[in-house]
Write a protein that binds this ligand. Structure first.
Ligand SMILES: Nc1ncnc2c1ncn2[C@@H]1O[C@H](COP(=O)(O)OP(=O)(O)OP(=O)(O)O)[C@@H](O)[C@H]1O
Ligand SMILES: [Mg+2]
Length: 184
């Protein structure tokens, strides 16, 4: 998908051509805030693919995303159910396919319908369901950085809709960084 992983962080000027962007969060709260920001700007048919090791911060990000969508109840990692649905400003479909591993893409989870629906579909361990992922999507990779509570969060957009969304996230995140008292 021409992700642009490994490219240097883009400046505002680069935003028009935007494919990938990365930032560092230094606490779970900051990762959550980034998720919340995405939840605020998300439009119907948003597809978010989360990639990262166990404990990287994927669910933490989704908790923020849910908050940004105005979902009040707690969002946890679904253990027995693979997909959980929540109702906010838009519906949130939260899938975690870790437990299914390599078999995930063969399971009749109906992920395609979630991606094509009018809500926000998020999949943790999205690499296991690669063949089912829509072309226009946001891929978010979370990795541990040097310090204990630091994470590098890399976002890559493929397709025009998610590129526009990513531009908005970057704009608001940059605004927040310059006026940190205002929550994103
Ligand atoms: N900057 C950070 N961002 C996110 N989480 C952080 C950060 N620093 C520390 N943490 C901690 O890392 C853990 C992340 O857990 P979380 O459940 O979000 O990970 P996950 O990627 O969903 O894991 P899993 O693959 O098991 O579902 C939490 O305990 C959180 O407090
Ligand atoms: Mg998780």
């Amino acid at each position: 998908m021409g992700t642009g992983w490994g490219e240097p962080p883009l400046t505002e000027q680069g935003a028009a051509q935007l494919k990938a962007w990365r930032t560092t969060t230094r606490s779970p709260g900051a990762t959550r805030a980034l998720g919340r920001l995405l939840g605020k700007v998300a439009k119907p048919q948003t597809s978010v693919c989360l990639i990262g090791d166990l404990g990287a911060g994927k669910t933490t990000f989704v908790q923020g995303l849910a908050e940004g969508l105005g979902i009040s109840g707690p969002v946890t990692s679904p253990t027995f159910t693979i997909v959980s649905e929540y109702q906010g400003r838009l519906p949130l479909y939260h899938a975690d396919v870790y437990r299914l591993g390599e078999a995930a893409a063969e399971e009749p989870l109906g992920l395609e319908e979630y991606f094509e629906g009018n809500g926000v579909a998020v999949v943790e361990w999205a690499e296991w369901v690669e063949p089912l992922l829509p072309d226009d999507r946001l891929t978010i990779r979370i990795e541990r950085a040097g310090e204990a509570n630091a994470r590098v969060v890399e976002m890559a957009a493929s397709g025009p809709r998610h590129r526009a969304l990513l531009r908005e996230v970057i704009r608001r995140w940059s605004d927040w960084q310059s006026t940190p008292r205002q929550q994103p």
